[in-house]
Design a binder for this molecule. Structure first.
Ligand SMILES: [Zn+2]
Length: 238
């Protein structure tokens, strides 16, 4: 019986590993997807910053041209002042000059803002590029590791299944069917150690008599609450 229980424990470890391998078929692709998304995201941040920088430089050029044109227009209007004959002409010209001056002011304010934006972007863009390259390097390394894991899942599953078959044939059929039934009904562990004088699976307290029976290891004892197979494990079951 002791040997049967030990083999059941080995089987349980294999079943746990098989479960993990099955789960990894789901979560490895998810992890890979996240890593790829991170690469795209940091690439996009760099591309956006570079685009914003070149757009801002175009805006700067355009504003400089507008300011230059307005200043030439202003000079012309100021020259016309010399030839003014009437008050009416004078008022009209002053009004025109004010309008142009206001336009120059507005465009110069925009120009300052755009220059500030360019300086900020230029100071940031190297960091953004470095960060993007670093993210790509790190994530591609991770992706290669995960791809390798993914590629080997099938082989590992087959190896574990072979191990399982080898152990299974050595376990009495009746014990095996109890194990399979509990696993199916409860999921996860079907064999649990006694913990603090209770079932290690559902925590229901066990009577001293049952504990003695479990310690003796000469028959299969299951928890009368959850049906799990109970074992005594030194160091765990004290
Ligand atoms: Zn139980």
């Amino acid at each position: 019986m002791q040997d049967d229980l030990e083999m059941l424990l080995q089987l349980q470890v294999i079943d746990y590993d098989l479960g993990e391998l099955e789960r990894s078929k789901e979560y490895i692709p998810d992890m890979m997807e996240n890593l790829r998304r991170e690469i795209d995201e940091s690439d996009r941040q760099f591309t956006d910053a570079r685009q914003a920088l070149s757009d801002s430089k175009v805006t700067q050029k355009n504003l400089e041209l507008v300011v230059q044109e307005k200043q030439e227009a202003l000079k012309k209007l100021q020259n016309q002042m010399m030839a003014i004959k009437t008050n009416k002409e004078y008022d009209a010209l002053v009004s025109q000059i004010d309008t142009v001056k206001e336009a120059i002011n507005e465009n110069e304010t925009s120009l300052l803002e755009v220059i500030e934006r360019i300086e900020k972007l230029e100071s940031e863009i190297d960091d953004i590029e470095k960060k993007s390259e670093e993210t790509r390097k790190q994530n591609e390394k991770q992706l290669a590791i995960l791809q390798e894991k993914m590629d080997s899942v099938g082989t590992k599953v087959r190896m574990k299944e072979d191990e399982r078959t080898n152990i299974k044939v050595r376990i009495p059929r009746q014990i095996m069917s109890t194990y399979d039934r509990v696993r199916k009904n409860r999921g996860g562990a079907a064999v649990v150690p006694v913990r603090k004088r209770a079932c290690g699976g559902c925590y229901k307290a066990l009577s001293p008599h049952v504990i003695q029976e479990i310690k003796r290891h000469n028959q299969l004892i299951t928890c009368d609450n959850c049906g799990r197979i109970l074992i005594w494990q030194d160091g765990v079951s004290e």
